[in-house]
Design a protein. Structure first.
Length: 276
């Protein structure tokens, strides 16, 4: 994750706990950092009149946070029936095993190593729990196992780290690949255009109400970065560290390791296409 770019539209909140749509409630984990922004957003999703809920990304292994998620659901009269992961990174997944113990739920994920007592997730699958409809979209790029969850009743999409509520995300080379990431962003753009998705419920940062504008911004940002990387290579920069020193000058030093991963992914993308 990188930068503090202002994304299109007005962030609806400051990453605070509470309802974000009619069906999605956020409980923010206490793990803020340059990489996690305000902390990991754990989402409780359910039909308003249902007594069951799905939890997406329990977050880090923090007992207080995990119990707060459960308490939030129970205060709303909800029993947690299923746990889902958007991807493997520990700030989203480390608490999943303990959360499964506390809730006696299965954990479903794309990565087999992070499943617990449940099947994997597949492209186009519709998850129906307590009348809730969540559609699975495989969106690799940030990581190879990244996915998003379309919540059609709220015209919303839960994006994990594929799209953030503030700034832009890292393509975590070598597991993450830029070509995959660009394809995933185009899939999300099509979702906004064809399915009328308006709201981004991200894995970090505030809720955004201009999904199409945000995704167009992300695509334009990647194109601009690629052009900058090409120019840096033309100027004699060869390694990722050398490119970062030119392209990311002035960036918060804590973000430079993430920037270097993204530059590695960009260099690989350009080499594969014979552009450098």
């Amino acid at each position: 994750m990188s930068g503090a770019e202002q994304l299109p539209g007005r962030p609806r909140d400051g990453g605070l706990d509470g309802p974000a749509t009619a069906r999605a409630v956020r409980v923010r984990a206490p793990n803020p950092s340059a990489m996690t922004l305000d902390g990991t957003n754990t989402w409780i999703v359910s039909e308003p009149d249902s007594d069951t809920a799905v939890v997406i990304d329990p977050g880090p292994l923090d007992e207080t946070h995990l119990r707060r998620v459960i308490d939030t659901a129970e205060r709303a009269g909800k029993r947690i029936a299923l746990t889902l992961l958007t991807h493997r990174h520990p700030d989203h997944s480390d608490g999943a095993v303990r959360f499964a113990e506390l809730t006696r739920t299965a954990v479903r994920a794309l990565d087999p190593a992070h499943r617990l007592g449940g099947e994997g997730l597949t492209e186009g699958e519709v998850i129906d729990t307590g009348g809730l409809e969540l559609r699975v979209l495989l969106t690799p790029g940030h990581t190879s196992d990244s996915l998003c969850l379309h919540l059609p009743a709220d015209r919303a999409v839960l994006t994990g780290d594929t799209v953030l509520g503030r700034g832009t995300t890292v393509v975590a080379h070598p597991d993450g690949r830029l070509g995959d990431y660009l394809d995933s962003l185009r899939r999300l753009r099509a979702l906004a255009v064809d399915e009328g998705v308006r709201t981004v419920l991200p894995g970090h940062g505030p809720v955004l109400d201009d999904a199409l504008g945000v995704i167009e911004f992300y695509l334009a940002h990647r194109a601009s970065r690629l052009a900058q990387v090409e120019t840096a290579v033309e100027n004699g920069r060869r390694t990722a560290a050398e490119v970062v020193a030119q392209v990311y000058a002035g960036v918060d030093p804590s973000l430079l390791p993430a920037a270097e991963l993204s530059v590695e992914a960009q260099l690989e993308y350009l080499r594969e296409r014979g552009l450098i």
